[in-house]
Design a protein around this ligand. Sequence first.
Ligand code: FYN
Ligand code: ADP
Length: 570
Amino acid sequence: DEAGEESRVTDGFHLVIDALKLNDIDTIFALPGIPITDLTRMAQAEGMRVISFRHEQHAGNAAAAAGFLTQKPGICLTVSAPGFLNGLTALANATTNCFPMILISGSSEREIVDLQQGDYEEMDQLAIAKPLCKAAFRVLHAEDIGVGIARAIRSALSGRPGGVYLDLPAKLFAQTMDAVAGRKSLIKVVDPAPRQIPGADAVKRALDLLKGAKKPLILLGKGAAYAQADADIRALVEKTGIPYLPMSMAKGLLPDTHAQSAAAARSYVLQEADVVLLVGARLNWLLSHGKGKTWGQEKGAKQFIQIDIAPTEIDSNVAIAAPVIGDIGSCVAALLAGIDAKWAKPPAEWTGAIAERKDKNLSKMAVTLAARPSPMSFQSALSVIREQVKARPDAIVVNEGANTLDFARSIVDMYEPRKRLDVGTWGIMGIGMGFAVAAAVVTGKPVIAIEGDSAFGFSGMEVETICRYNLPICIVVFNNNGVYRGTDVNPSGTADVAPTVFVKNARYDKLMEAFGGIGVHATTAEALEKALAEAVASGRPTLINAVIDETAGTESGRITSLNPSTAKKK
Ligand code: FYN
Ligand code: ADP
């Protein structure tokens, strides 16, 4: 009969869903449309969580953040050509950040695309994706779906994690095959991120160098956060007694209030340290390429120990005296094994000098944070968020902007690993709502998104998504009327406002109300405090329009120096 016939065959749609489920992937971040609309419906019917967005870039950013948080590739599903391109930005960003994700895009008919005969949304997506991600695959036959998904998962997770593109032409979904053969064609990936054990000689070299250091420093990056080797990393720091510095997304790996944190003496330790142990952090622009004034070059050469899974990362900017190649869990465990009770803690001269600088900065900070100026300053508004995060250390902080990012990074202490998601390696704007949605969906914890008003604009429409799924997200928009600040004027005399200025006194809170969420217009720290506490306690979608002094804010925050300035005389 017909029903029996139906159960004996499967199709491309179901093989994709079954292959993902077989590999414990239970969530898809998507934007439905031709040719993947039915795929989203069927995935939901088959018990997957399908979170559908308003723009593919945010679905892609959500997948990337989910990958970082869970060590499973986040899945982003888009339509062809323009939808694919929108998702591709997020895929490239995920790859840059070493986050595992898979962008699955439907594509048009190969026969027409390859002859360039002008199909609906015609584009050779595979070719375009290839240089922008870690790996890219296309599946043409239903019986190869299992292999395609397995290769995508392995590519995203093994070695240095990253983004993978999987091209699924429209025709593939409708293809049918025998259900039993279909099931047999699927692959459950065994050991998708194999441990990579460092060589004993490399470990010894690193330990010897560390032992001889007078001013050692440990630098933790987001690779260390991703690795989920939290207990061993903490043990390494505490057993050696070496001061450490977290990169922004490594904040909370050890609580920022930890006695060994040198975050509040950053410039000093970078300049003064003699041996630096990098754990999952690259010596890129965020670390001034490991040289120059930031690193006190005039004070003599530094020696680096670098733990990384990617051997070619070593010597990328400066010579690395002791590379330790392997997964962070294995490398840190191996170092720990070489640290016994006889290990000499760093000289008190070094730790004492750091403590002195740190205390000075912390006291200065305390004064700034206690002030209650009107209108609010970045610092007074952030002092409120700082207290809320202290009260709810399990909350996840998403942070983007320029000044809003830079001030929040040093003001808002983090207490637990992987609770801070931000602009990452590229320093990009637009990750806000995608990251916030993923954080809420995969952890179920409250999310506080600290957003510059400009940064928020890139993904603001996703407040509808947040309301639709009733996610426990509180967005705080730091509204100072513009990019960096709101006071620039157009010098030409025409009616247009300056390029960095927005509509003055905009009410971003109304945007949230439009979709049934809670909007709050906060002009004082007290009002902000009340609204934030209520939002975190209730878990209801909330947007607080925090009015910040429009004269506050510097060009590009703390990276002003990256703005090119002309040598031409005025
Ligand atoms: C840090 N600091 C503190 C504290 N934490 N003081 C007191 N209390 C606390 N808790 C001090 C720290 O010692 C530094 O002072 C200063 O605050 C800044 O610290 P931060 O933020 O850690 O360091 P810095 O120099 O800003 O870091 C460099 C960086 C960072 C490149 C890693 O700026 C960064 O991640 N930038 C990303 C920027 C970005 O992507 N922007 C988006 C594009 S904006 P000193 O020690 O005195 O120096 C487009 O326009
Ligand atoms: P940050 O921006 O915080 O300094 P980066 O993104 O520059 O951090 O560096 C992260 C590094 O961590 C990358 O070089 C990446 O290869 C590495 N990495 C990521 N995951 C692991 C892992 N599980 N084991 C070892 N290294 C890893």
